[in-house]
Design a protein. Structure first.
Length: 563
């Protein structure tokens, strides 16, 4: 049965009101959103009704330590990433100095390195038995650690620095995009009124970019809360490490869910503050949107300082870790052909590819359902709620996934035992399916954002034209919309694929027995002080992560060029 189209004017513009197949799309959209929200609901249920309530014990013992450590970690990482991200974004966008064009994309390269990898590398370089301290002892004749002072890398300060080096690109990316989109007329007006370049930045460019910076900082802080590999290796008692310890070491899922609920409160507060920071801000594109940027030409010492300021994050955030991994991997080249390594790489690529394709499919279903029902606020709300998974730390998400899947497995097993006398065992939990489901929930927002943006650029007249030619909703999606947005679809798949390759906390908790990925392989060896033996695996993760960095750099550069 073909759908009939009637134009209707909504808040978002003219959209086709469709009859025929729409009830199916409406139900599919709601069902998909509820399925993705299931882990969040499971965590809340388990936290409210734990089997053994040890919350008072947690409050009186370890919980204050978890909260204090997490807040210090967030504060330190947030301040440093804001300074580095905003400063370098302003320099490469509005100033001219040696190496500017190189730094435009090079400053995004630390995106490719997982935080736990860079933590392992710098620990190996800077610890007492590492090459840096050995060189210092040989150079100055020191005999032991009592003869000199050297900062402890495995500390709260070290964790903040490691997270800053790989997370500042979030702020840099969004701040630079905002600076590129700003009208040149406003800046020219500030200069005519007597502002110096520094005053123009503080009084004009920075306030206009504040909403974008707030979004970048919220992403940085959510990633900081989510981190497990770095804080665990540096013995920082954050809430993420507390969940892992409470669940797997103490065997109390309910208490872990209660800590996870507290983490979700942190996330909700971050999202609320981010939205409040830009709630009263309205920005509109100026007439000179695509006018070439007239950059401040720096010379002498200022030019050298600008080059140094942009070079240091790239040097410490990418070049040193990358070259160290390459050097270590050259010693263990035989691992690339080893059976275990190929198995881990195969697991990572298979899980990441399946998750990326499934997340893309879910994103297309939700985005298309919202398009068909643009005048249904309930479906719009459900679709937004389904994106909360990205805000959930991996450890929290793991609890939310394992609880409903284990309940399903136990119910099926009990039914089969009672009626057929056979045991089905673990059908979903304890299998790769649990990982794929967790990855989809975690990174659906990444895929959905890209698909929403691409699909929103397709005029509603295309829907009307397809309906008038007798195409139903599914055929219109398949033959009209998907070919038009294939660039956005490819970007979404690549970004989700790389994020899945790097994901550690959820993978550690949900992976089946004797089932490792490149991320868990690196974590196990590096945590045992054997970073050299897992260097090829870490290098492969980094090389794969460079792909979205190139895409992101080209995308934000094109915003000013008008392409």
């Amino acid at each position: 049965m073909n759908a009939v189209a009637e134009p209707v004017l909504t808040a978002t513009g003219t959209q086709p009101r469709l009859r025929g197949l729409l009830p199916g799309w409406y139900g599919i959209g709601w069902g998909t959103a509820l399925l993705v929200m299931l882990p969040v609901l499971a965590v809340l249920w388990l936290a409210l009704f734990p089997t053994e309530n040890i919350w008072p014990h947690l409050v009186s013992t370890v919980l204050p330590v978890y909260i204090k450590s997490t807040l210090i970690l967030m504060l330190g990482t947030g301040v440093l990433t804001a300074i580095i991200g905003v400063g370098t974004a302003w320099l490469v966008t509005l100033c001219h100095f040696p190496g500017r064009r190189l730094f435009e994309w090079a400053l995004l390269l630390p995106f490719a390195i997982p935080a736990y990898v860079i933590a392992y590398i710098y620990t190996d370089l800077l610890e007492y038995a590492g090459p840096i301290q050995i060189m210092l002892r040989d150079l100055f004749g020191w005999q032991s650690a009592r003869d000199y002072w050297f900062p402890a890398i495995r500390s709260m300060g070290g964790a903040i620095l490691m997270l800053t080096l790989v997370l500042y690109p979030y702020v840099y990316l969004l701040a630079r995009a905002s600076f590129l989109e700003q009208s040149m007329s406003i800046r020219d007006a500030s200069r005519m009124l007597g502002c110096t370049p520094w005053q123009s930045f503080l009084r004009v460019s920075l306030p206009i970019a504040r909403p974008a910076i707030a979004v970048g900082l919220s992403l940085v802080l959510m990633e900081t809360i989510n981190d497990f590999g770095t804080v665990d290796y540096f013995a920082v008692k954050s809430m993420s490490a507390g969940i892992y310890d409470t669940w797997l070491n103490m065997g109390n899922v309910g208490a872990a869910a209660q800590i996870a609920s507290l983490m979700m409160i942190f996330v909700v507060v971050l999202i609320t503050l981010e939205r409040a920071a830009r709630a009263k801000t309205r920005q509109y594109t100026g007439a000179d949107r695509f006018r070439a940027i007239e950059r401040y030409r720096l010379s002498g010492g200022r030019a050298r300082l600008a080059t140094l300021a942009c070079a240091l994050p790239v040097l410490f955030g990418f070049l040193i870790p990358f070259l160290t991994l390459v050097e270590m991997s050259l010693v263990h080249l035989d691992q690339f052909a080893g059976t275990d390594f190929l198995g881990y790489a195969g697991n990572s690529f298979t899980l990441s590819a399946l998750s990326a394709l499934l997340a893309l499919t879910i994103a297309v279903v939700l985005s298309y359902s919202k398009r068909l029902y643009a005048n249904r606020p309930s479906l719009q709300f459900a679709a937004r709620m389904s994106n909360l998974g990205y805000a959930l730390p991996g450890a929290v998400l793991a609890i939310g996934v394992i609880v409903p899947l284990a309940a399903f497995d136990n119910s099926v097993d009990a039914f089969m035992r009672e009626h057929l006398g056979i045991s089905t065992g673990l059908l979903l939990s304890g299998t790769p399916f649990a990982l794929v489901f967790a990855y989809c929930v975690r990174f659906l927002a990444v895929s959905a954002g890209t698909v929403d943006s691409s699909l929103g650029k397709v005029t509603p007249n295309m829907d009307l034209a397809a309906r008038s030619l007798g195409a139903n909703t599914l055929r219109t999606l398949r033959e009209v919309h998907l070919p038009l947005i294939k660039g956005g679809l490819l970007t979404a798949v690549l970004v989700v694929f790389v994020d899945c390759m790097k994901e550690l906390p959820a993978t550690l908790i949900l992976r089946p027995f004797n089932y490792d990925t490149l991320a868990t392989f690196v974590y196990q060896y590096a945590s045992d002080e054997r970073i050299e033996q897992c260097a090829p695996a870490a290098l492969l993760i980094v090389l794969v992560g460079i792909i979205p960095v190139i895409l992101l750099s080209r995308t934000i550069t094109a915003t000013r060029a008008g392409r």
